[in-house]
Ligand binder design. Structure first.
Ligand code: NAP
Length: 367
């Protein structure tokens, strides 16, 4: 099978570099186009990332000598790739306009940026939870007069830690009414160079701009339903969050307290919850997508797990690792969840979205 040619917008950044690394030897996709800011445009990729290549292995040979294009010059992608991953860091409106230009040009966009997360006809995908939201793509294309192009996005990186455990409970028939989420987020979530070392070493920053709003709202769209030309948000759970930045390189942690919307005698026991978590499988596993984890939720019983350094790469960095599952004195249960923010939370999550689209035939007419 010949591979599908793909582009990476923002290829020189922290998430873009992850895409370049993770797409090396991908069974379905091959990177043939890289784009970034005018600062990098015109240079060979290896020169554009010289002194700021952040991955612990060499730049893939197939990409090192590709010329970096200005992502703002949409026509430069023509004939070079069938769809693009977007890992741009720019003003939100500028990203929105640029992603729309690619889609209008006939190039689908699988985005990591937050700009289009609230666009009502753009699905915000975690394939284990809401793969059916891709049904909205037909009406997105029709409404905007796009033929082949479309946009899908993925949610904020911190949500990946606890959304699959939450959804697995809801799917098993245990609706959740309220949640309190406290995140401890890695520095790589702020891009490179991100927060200064002087601020971060020996310290915790108790605020990440815009993050608490995303934590409190995005889960409702993910759990929502396609209705006509838009995705209608779920009404529950209500979420209250505190988001902090901690001196960890990779791996976001979330402390979760949740309350079920059920009478006391209908609530699941801790044993039942653990069983639901460990047996959870969904569409990516059924479709055997190349980047799908065999076990999307991994439960650790040791009292000192999960830990970022020990658990972030479980299941190729695609699992939600849950530990410290216990009773809550105020709500019903509490646990600690962890996921790799630049793998599941960014590039590999984006690749899983693209694999879902490919498996569902969305790229058939492009190759
Ligand atoms: P980053 O390291 O700052 O990289 C930003 C990229 O955007 C670079 O390739 C940069 O190119 C390019 N860029 C900046 N200004 C541009 C312009 N005017 N025109 C075209 N390209 C421009 O950021 P990041 O951490 O990789 O994040 C990328 C996106 O992913 C963001 O939208 C972020 O919110 C999202 N995200 C990040 C994470 C994470 O864990 N880091 C997780 C989920 C989602 P130059 O190198 O040429 O400047």
């Amino acid at each position: 099978m010949s591979k599908i040619c793909v582009g990476v917008l923002g290829a020189t950044g922290m998430v873009g570099q992850r895409y370049i690394h993770l797409l090396e030897n991908h069974p379905w996709f091959e990177v043939t186009y890289v784009a970034a800011s005018p600062r990098s445009a015109g240079k060979p990729y290896k020169e554009a990332v010289a002194n700021r290549w952040l991955i612990g292995s060499d730049i893939p040979q197939g990409v090192a000598d590709l010329t970096v294009y200005d992502a703002g010059d949409v026509s430069s992608a023509k004939g070079k790739c069938s769809f693009v991953f977007s890992a741009l860091e720019m003003d939100k409106e500028a990203i929105k306009a640029l992603e729309s230009s690619y889609a209008a040009f006939g190039i689908p966009v699988v985005s990591n940026a937050s700009a289009n997360r609230w666009t009502q006809d753009v699905p915000m995908l975690i394939p284990e939870i809401n793969s059916s939201h891709i049904d909205i793509i037909a009406s997105q294309q029709k409404k905007r007069g796009w033929d082949k192009g479309f946009i899908v996005v993925k949610p904020n990186c911190s949500l990946q830690t606890y959304m699959m455990p939450l959804y697995s409970l809801i799917k098993a028939g245990y609706p959740v009414k309220r949640m309190i989420i406290t995140t401890l987020q890695a520095v790589s979530g702020a891009g490179y160079p991100g927060v200064s070392s002087f601020d971060m070493i020996d310290n915790i920053i108790p605020y990440i701009g815009g993050e608490e709003e995303k934590t409190e709202k995005e889960c409702l769209k993910i759990l929502g339903n396609v209705s006509g030309e838009k995705i209608v948000d779920a009404s529950f759970p209500l979420v209250s969050s505190t988001c902090t930045r901690v001196p960890v390189i990779d791996g976001h942690t979330a402390c979760v307290n949740l309350e079920f919307d059920l009478a006391e005698n209908k609530k699941p026991s801790l044993e039942e919850i653990e069983k639901i978590f460990t047996s959870f499988k969904s569409v990516p596993q059924e479709l055997k997508l190349p980047s799908a984890p065999d076990h999307p939720i991994v439960v650790r019983r040791e009292e000192n797990r999960p830990q970022p350094r020990r658990d972030r790469d479980v299941e190729k960095g695609m699992a939600s690792v849950v530990g410290r599952l216990r009773k809550c004195n105020i709500f019903d249960v509490k646990f600690v969840a962890l996921s790799h923010n630049t793998k599941r939370g960014a590039a590999l999550g984006g690749i899983l979205n693209a694999e879902l689209l490919k498996a569902k035939g969305f790229f058939d007419k492009l190759v």
